[in-house]
Design a protein around this ligand. Structure first.
Ligand SMILES: [Zn+2]
Ligand SMILES: [Zn+2]
Length: 336
């Protein structure tokens, strides 16, 4: 019976590379890998398009974030104007010292737009922001020129200056840092130094959360800026895992590399995948820990719990992975 059901099925791979056999009826659906728990997608069948459909596809609807020749619109990125003589070399000293700007790229370079100058009384200017943003985007889409942009301030970094954008936090090894390695832009935020425009005295920086930084550097590279900005630091430019096998179940336990950057960015949701013994490196999945009641039912006592292998104290070394995207109840079958 079962064998017959599987006939006509095909093989897909989960993001961790496990082989999963699925059947035709699973196409277009999301499942959870039975081996490692990673979410995976079963691709739809390639559909042959009619000529009319192909013509329709050739004129796609306006891409989000595109206004005239400006693309990759990002809202409320932190712009810091730093006067080196006034700088306090202290963690987080510039965290709240920024102006929120919107930005976009074109073949002319990078445009930073200040939509409102200050918060205003009781945040009044902040409330005006969406209307000012809409007017600026409308202007770029229709008039096109930066002259007459209906915003209080703008900065254009010409395309030939994009190559000079460089990492400021974290600082790559063997690069002299003005900040002496202190996270002045906020712990586990990422900052990029911008070249000077004209003879201004302040040095300008943009600072980002991890997800913002990934989006920005991809756009920057595509616009002619440096490739792989940040690749020589510990910033995880893509999601990477170290994988372990659970001591009890042989289940794969994933540890996200570069965890502090994810923890500092609210757009990621993390899940506890397991625990590592601080003494011998033994790894136990969270499922197995619960089952074996290491550190009690909820794991609160794990630091003092006895390691099943080395008999030393387990210590408090949680491992985290990215949580599966929120399940869509209509599209998520129990699989396989
Ligand atoms: Zn898997
Ligand atoms: Zn141990």
């Amino acid at each position: 019976m079962i064998r017959q059901k599987l006939r006509g099925g095909f093989v897909v791979y989960c993001p961790m590379g496990c082989k999963i056999r699925v059947s035709e009826r699973h196409r277009g659906r999301t499942g959870k890998c039975p081996r490692c728990g990673s979410p995976f997608f079963v691709p739809l069948k390639p559909v042959r398009k009619t000529e009319a459909e192909t013509a329709e596809a050739a004129a796609p609807p306006p891409e989000p974030g595109v206004f005239g020749k400006w693309r990759g619109w990002m809202e409320n990125v932190h712009l810091h104007a730093v006067v080196p003589q006034k700088l306090k070399i202290k963690a987080d000293s510039l965290l709240k010292d920024f102006q929120a700007v919107d930005l976009a790229f074109s073949e002319d370079g990078l445009l930073l737009v200040t939509l409102v100058t200050a918060a205003g009384l009781f945040g009044a200017n902040e409330k005006k922001k969406p209307a000012v943003r809409a007017a600026v985007q409308q202007h770029l889409a229709t008039v096109g020129k930066l002259d007459g942009l209906p915003a209080p301030a703008q900065r254009l970094y010409p395309v030939e200056s994009l190559k000079q954008f460089s990492m400021a936090q974290p600082t790559p090894p063997d690069v002299d840092s003005l900040f002496a390695g202190v996270p002045v832009f906020g712990t586990n935020r990422i900052a990029v130094k911008l070249p000077k425009l004209g003879d201004e005295t302040a040095v300008h920086y943009l600072s980002f959360s991890l997800s913002e930084f990934r989006e920005f550097t991809a756009r920057l590279a595509a616009a002619g800026g440096p490739d792989n900005l940040g690749a020589d630091t510990d910033v995880p430019l893509v999601d990477n895992y170290q994988t372990f096998k659970c001591h009890y179940t042989d289940q794969v336990v994933q540890e996200l590399i570069g965890l502090p950057y994810y923890q500092a960015d609210k757009s990621f949701s993390l899940q506890l995948s397991g625990w590592r013994c601080g003494k011998c490196g033994l790894v136990v999945s969270e499922d197995a820990r619960k089952k074996e009641k290491i550190g009690g039912l909820n794991g609160k006592g794990i630091a003092k719990a006895v390691c099943p292998k080395c008999k030393g104290k387990f210590g408090n070394h949680p491992l985290y992975s990215l949580a599966a995207p929120a399940a869509n109840p209509t599209a998520t079958p129990a699989m396989p």
